[in-house]
Design a protein around this ligand. Structure first.
Ligand code: NAD
Ligand code: 572
Ligand code: ZN
Length: 348
């Protein structure tokens, strides 16, 4: 293609193009990166197919990609934490570092967050990309570039399981066996959950969850949330201590509440319709806490330690691999819901 910086640019809904873009120089505190592996996230596919997620609308061409690893090629002024040649995982959201949320360590809630591939901020599905050095994490030699890219979804699992209070002996119910349900499964098991039960409407996704270590799987066949909650309770012998909802389907969120024990916690990870009718009084009178999560905060170091120590094996999540030149094929496959994690390799 004769390119120097082949880049996957979403011009508008349904219009994803590979083009040669300019190679940028790193600003102060930034590094220039030669991209390695970039995973396709459901949000990348959604921006491509729908042109928007909620209020985030693609109004100008935007580079996709936010689950990424890379090699440092240049240091911007003042960077001392990394050197040229370091392999890194990229935490895609860079907050303002000054607001009250940043100052109290909850930088994921920063209103001025710049998050890759969330309009109007460009992502990193390209050959070269610049990012703040303090949001790049050096990978040990034995952690692969694909594992580095998978730190991103794994961090969602780390944050959700932390907010849920998963601990030794927890009995955990995970709704939805997509990539996000699966990273929650892996994290919950690594944190010592005694039993993890997973639901989905897709039998092949449940088989995948089983192969990753789910203790029980339940195929959701009824739209009645109490039916499914009863099945979960029958298998566990009791209601779950913790439920992590990773589908966003309204009926599944209702199931999550009914299936959680008094005094337990439901964490909402999946984001579907903005307004959902819930059995909120049922949750209130049984002191079932309902918590949300917004991406992750301070989770990359933990996710990296989990992988580097061998406590978590994310490698089986990668089911398909493409080169950057094959981006459109990769997105077509992702749109069809085939496989679990589709990885794009950006090396020439
Ligand atoms: P996905 O679409 O691949 O997975 C969702 C799974 O839920 C699918 O396997 C689907 O078959 C299953 N499902 C659908 N209806 C169901 C039902 N009634 N009961 C049980 N399972 C059902 O998506 P993903 O990439 O795994 O992401 C999951 C959700 O997490 C999405 O809504 C995404 O937007 C959200 N997400 C939220 C955050 C956050 O910060 N809160 C971060 C990342 C992803
Ligand atoms: O990896 C981060 C991520 N976050 C997702 C989805 C996929 N991947 N979220 C769901 C959509 N929201 S949002 O608030 N938004 C578009 C900014 O609706 C962010 C979190
Ligand atoms: Zn994502």
């Amino acid at each position: 293609m004769g390119d120097t910086n082949l880049t996957a640019i979403l011009y508008k809904q349904g219009d994803l193009r590979l083009e040669d873009a300019t190679v940028k120089e790193p600003g102060p505190g930034q590094v220039q990166l030669s991209m390695r592996d970039v995973g396709i996230c459901g949000s990348d596919v959604h921006y491509w197919t729908h042109g928007a997620i909620g209020d985030f609308i693609v109004k100008a061409p935007m580079i996709l990609g936010h689950e990424a690893s890379a090699v440092v090629t240049k240091l911007g002024a003042g960077v001392t934490s990394l050197k040229v040649g370091d392999r890194v995982a990229i935490e895609p959201g860079v907050p303002c570092k000054c607001c009250k949320f940043c100052k109290k360590g909850r930088y994921n809630l920063c209103p001025d967050m710049s998050f890759c591939a969330t309009p109007p901020i460009d992502g990193n599905l390209s050959r070269f990309y610049c990012h703040d050095a303090d949001f790049c994490y050096k990978l040990p030699d034995h952690v692969s570039n694909e594992e580095g890219a998978l730190l991103e979804p794994l961090s969602v699992g780390v944050h959700a399981c932390t907010r849920a209070g998963v601990t030794l002996g927890s009995r955990v119910f995970i709704c939805g066996a997509g990539p996000i349900g699966l990273v929650n499964l892996l994290t919950a098991k690594a944190k010592g959950a005694a039993e993890v039960i997973v639901t989905d409407i897709d039998a092949s996704r449940l088989e995948f969850a089983k192969s990753l270590g789910a203790d029980h799987i339940v195929l959701v066949t009824s739209r009645d949330p109490i039916d499914t909650a009863n099945k979960v309770e029958a298998i566990l012998g009791d209601k779950a201590d913790i439920t992590i909802e990773c589908s966003g389907a309204p009926s599944s969120i209702r199931t999550a509440i009914f299936a959680t024990a008094p005094g337990g916690c439901v964490v909402l990870v999946g984001l579907g319709p903005a307004d959902v009718e819930l059995p909120i009084v049922n949750a209130a009178v049984r002191e079932v806490d309902i918590r949300g999560i917004f991406r992750y905060v301070n989770c990359y170091p933990t996710a990296l330690a989990m992988i580097a120590s061998g406590k978590v094996n994310v490698k089986p999540l990668v089911t398909h691999r493409f080169k950057l030149e094959q981006t459109l094929e990769a997105f077509e496959m992702a749109k069809q819901g085939k496989g679990v994690k589709i990885m794009i390799n950006c090396e020439k």
